[in-house]
Design a protein around this ligand. Structure first.
Ligand code: SF4
Length: 376
């Protein structure tokens, strides 16, 4: 078990090494920015989808020429990595446009990188579950597919996509299972380990990743369920993979029971159908995602999302919630009052900790985590 965990840790900490390895194997690699790009198409094309979610180890310098200062660091540092050559091994990049930062960012990336690699634009529909929304998604995904075919030089068949969907569904299932097992065995799967295991998924071919994760899951399932004497919480937000923050949770005996995090469970909650046209299946997979800060909810007045998260806290046996709020993230900030309302109505204590990927001083965050742990 330790060997598998160390492999995941190594991959999560060194994505660049992983990129170079795939390149050396002669594979083409496609960068995939957040959120909800149909990665299955990249895999179906025989290429490697590679997550690009900023970096904890870089400073924004070159990207300043393109970005307003109020862009979140995830977007700015993703562009920084493209500009400083860290991602030169990519054969192309998909730029989804779900939020008000990513929309202009897709154009910044096109201007900055268009001569260097294909930049594949992807717009998701707001009304994603209606017949015209599904049609729109299929249309957009068809364009992505065509661009990928140009890069790989071969046709992506329906059979290729269906096979890829099956592999991705298995991967999503294994990750959901891991999240459950991580809570039951939180003495072994501490926050740093949990984060590394889930993070590695963004830098590995999904069949390779899933095989390793299923092995880990099997070994975890064979252990007796731990009697945890610390506190258990649910995490929420976009991404909180900073080792210092994760260590602060561990230092205060905090385990993660479940998460409502874009980089983690929000990315693998919903599977794609395997018994319909594969392009429509991908559109349906996106349409069926719900209770997500970034996606339109026609019935938002009912606050289904807030209640969904509150229920998650109760069902997981957690005693509270920590919201890691990305600085300058409009969708998360605007959603927060509604989440707060639902948590308070359910008598769930929570704290909101402001973070970004260029954070160097963790004093305040550590104190807030410690005080929260004590209050629980
Ligand atoms: S962190 Fe927020 S603002 Fe930045 S890309 Fe994600 S959703 Fe958009």
């Amino acid at each position: 078990m330790e060997t598998i965990i160390n492999e995941f840790k190594e991959i999560a900490a060194n994505p660049k090494k992983q990129l170079a390895m795939y390149k050396k194997q002669g594979k083409k690699i496609i960068g995939v920015l957040p959120y909800y790009a149909p990665e299955e198409l990249v895999f179906a094309a025989g290429m490697v989808p590679f997550g690009v979610w900023g970096s904890n180890n870089k400073n924004i310098s070159r990207a300043k020429e393109y970005c307003a200062t109020f862009y979140c660091t995830i977007a700015q540092l993703s562009l920084e990595m493209l500009l400083d050559g860290s991602l030169d091994d990519l054969s192309g990049i998909i730029t989804p446009t779900i939020c008000d930062t990513l929309r202009p960012m897709s154009q910044n990336i096109r201007v900055a990188m268009g001569d260097k690699m294909p930049v594949i634009f992807l717009a998701h529909p707001q009304n994603r579950a209606t017949s015209y929304g599904l049609k729109f998604s299929v249309n957009q995904y068809t364009n992505v597919k065509k661009e990928l075919e140009k890069i790989t030089g071969k046709e992506i068949t329906d059979a290729d996509i269906l096979e890829s969907i099956k592999i991705y569904n298995a991967s999503r299932k294994a990750r959901r299972e891991f999240v459950k097992l991580a809570s039951e065995h939180c003495d072994v799967i501490k926050p740093t380990v949990r984060s590394a295991v889930l993070k590695a998924a963004f830098f590995m071919l999904k069949d390779e990743y899933t095989a390793k994760l299923e092995e880990l899951n099997q070994k975890l399932a064979a252990l007796p369920i731990c009697k945890w004497h610390g506190k258990k919480i649910v995490t929420s937000g976009i991404i909180y993979d900073n080792p210092v923050l994760l260590a602060a949770l561990e230092d205060n005996d905090i385990a993660i029971a479940a998460d409502d995090v874009a980089y983690e469970s929000r990315a693998f909650r919903i599977d794609a159908p395997e018994d319909i046209d594969p392009m429509m299946a991908l559109a349906k997979q996106f349409a069926n995602i719900d209770c997500d800060v970034l996606l339109y909810d026609a019935e938002s007045a009912k606050n289904n999302r807030g209640e969904f998260v509150a229920k998650m806290v109760k069902d997981s046996g957690a005693k509270g919630l920590i919201l890691f709020m990305q600085q300058f993230c409009d969708p998360e900030e605007m959603e927060y009052p509604y989440l707060k309302k639902a948590l308070e109505a359910a008598h769930i204590p929570h704290i909101k900790i402001g973070i970004d990927q260029q954070m160097h001083d963790f004093g305040q965050a550590k104190t807030a985590i410690q005080a929260f742990a004590e209050s629980l």
